[in-house]
Write a protein that binds this ligand. Structure first.
Ligand code: AMP
Ligand code: ZN
Length: 492
């Protein structure tokens, strides 16, 4: 019997605002769509957090024995600067600035995205479709929406008629907005605007002569609106109604609201049973975003080459840090938070390593089956990874007591304990079993800290020959020391 038959999962559905019992449309199967990256620059750590939340969810479903079709797209056209309705395509802008083919930009940053996700031990999605690979499907949906009367064509562009749609449907139901309020709060259209109402959004945009990313269509050369690609690709691979649609909180409006409108206008069906939104990663209390520059790249964390952190942190450790927060909570990254998290991470890894050598007793002082149950309960409660981690540390406490001889465990319970720890830590949380590299990094850190201390003492004794030697020889080994107000830090 698959594990999922014994478990009841509750998910927070953004559409209803409630935690609901998760029942897939087809028993044993799950269709999940997650909006992927816009590949116009390196993926930042905030993006990674959202994708990691869904990787964890994908992993848990698979652990329970569900057959999951997980579609995560690559946005390689149509996403305009500032998420605006008018303006330049993000990819086309980068191509213009760097004098590259748009597809060179796409290739470069798709490769970067895959490299980083691999370091973080992500599972590949089942399908990773691109917007430019689905232009025909997008044109077909536009024709359908036009034919049903929910869109209009002006000067080679096609817009979705939000006011008309709202007469029979509810535009704003996902983000909790009312169309009347939206209209009251937006500026009047000017004579140059093609749109009938400011809330209308582009399904197809006419390409001006200088626009390099363009495709032929029944309305002339142009390119698809950003929201349309996700409707086209999710419908194609998961059907008109599927189980889960995810993305970052910031995509709820307008992106996901428009996806609902497009699908309902085209086939009359609500496209998604459970909408799930992951919360933001902040840096110094502000949303991490490529466009504002308040961001840190994963590679800068792994190497330590940044002005925020005192030392490098491994990908598995950063993953553990992210998993310590619930996916619907805001998480702020800081040096202190990472350092604290690293201690816990190393403790957990050491503890798993020591389970096999625990002595066997005739009885268990620790109720292992109940503990195992509580790990599932944590995950079943809307994928509550912080509670799961607290449960894992309950086990760490008992492992230590057994090691000390203050508690005992039976052979059978020891096996359950080992299997459960491994399943949750490696399969579900996706932490990697690269214990040696983590331990090595930890040892290196200790040695460098020691040298930093010796250098400080040499400088205090005015022994500059020694202090310079330490700095220069570390530099030759690729370890850079940085002196700052808070003391000396290093990068690899
Ligand atoms: P983009 O590449 O801008 O299309 O974003 C890719 C994904 O990252 C989307 O699901 C966004 O919601 C998400 N995202 C963007 N910034 C952050 C952040 N600071 N924290 C978490 N997720 C984010
Ligand atoms: Zn999307």
């Amino acid at each position: 019997m698959p594990l999922y038959q014994e478990q009841t999962i509750k998910v927070h559905n953004s559409l209803t605002g409630k935690k609901e019992t998760f029942i897939p449309i087809n028993e044993g199967h799950i269709g999940m769509y997650v909006c992927g990256p816009t590949v116009y620059s390196n993926v930042h750590l905030g993006n990674c957090r959202t994708f990691m939340s869904f990787d964890m969810i994908f992993r848990y479903f698979r652990h329970l024995g569900y057959k999951v079709r997980y579609v995560r797209n690559i946005t390689d056209a149509g996403h305009l600067v500032d998420d605006a309705e008018d303006g330049e395509d993000k990819i086309a802008k980068k191509a213009r600035l760097e004098q590259l083919e748009p597809m060179e930009v796409v290739q470069r940053y798709t490769v970067d995205f895959h490299n980083i996700l691999e370091k973080f031990n992500f599972l590949p999605p089942s399908i990773e479709p691109t917007a430019t690979g689905h232009i025909i499907e997008q044109i077909e949906i536009i024709k359908d929406i036009l034919q049903k009367g929910y869109a209009y064509e002006v000067n080679g562009s096609v817009y979705f008629d939000v006011v008309k749609f709202n007469e029979t449907n509810e535009y704003g139901k996902l983000s909790g907005r009312k169309l009347e309020d939206m209209i009251a709060n937006t500026r009047e259209l000017t004579a140059q605007d093609d749109k009938k109402s400011p809330q209308d959004f582009a399904l197809w945009k006419k390409a001006e002569p200088e626009h390099i990313m363009r495709w032929p269509s029944p309305w002339g050369d142009g390119f698809p609106g950003w929201h349309l690609e996700c409707t086209a690709m999710s419908t194609k691979y998961l059907g008109e109604t599927f189980d889960i649609h995810g993305g970052g909180m910031d995509l709820k409006f307008p992106h996901h609201e428009c996806e609902i409108a497009q699908a309902e206008a085209s086939n009359g069906k609500s496209p998604v049973k459970y909408w799930m939104h992951a919360n933001m990663l902040t840096l110094n209390g502000k949303k991490m975003a490529k466009s504002t520059g308040n961001s840190i790249l994963p590679g800068e964390i792994f190497s330590g080459e940044n002005d925020i952190l005192s030392k490098p942190f491994s990908p598995a450790m950063v993953r553990f840090f992210m998993m310590q927060a619930h996916y619907t909570s805001i998480l702020d990254i800081s040096n202190d938070a990472l350092l604290a998290s690293e201690k816990g991470f190393n403790k957990l890894m050491d503890s798993i390593k020591s389970i096999n050598s625990l002595p066997i007793g005739s009885k268990s002082d620790f109720d292992v089956p109940t503990w195992k149950h509580s790990c599932y309960d944590a995950m079943n409660d809307d994928f509550n990874t912080p509670i799961l981690i607290a449960k894992l540390f309950d086990a760490v406490k008992h492992i230590n007591l057994i090691k000390e001889g203050s508690e005992t465990i039976t052979k059978e319970d020891k096996e359950i304990l080992f299997d459960t720890m491994k399943s949750f830590v490696f399969d579900v949380l996706g932490l990697e079993d690269k214990q040696s590299s983590n331990a090595d990094l930890e040892k290196l850190s200790g040695v460098v800290e020691l040298l930093i201390q010796l250098r400080k003492e040499a400088r205090e004794n005015k022994d500059f020959a020694t202090s310079d030697k330490i700095r220069d020889q570390l530099s030759e080994l690729g370890i850079q020391l940085k002196d700052g107000k808070e003391g000396t830090t290093y990068s690899l």
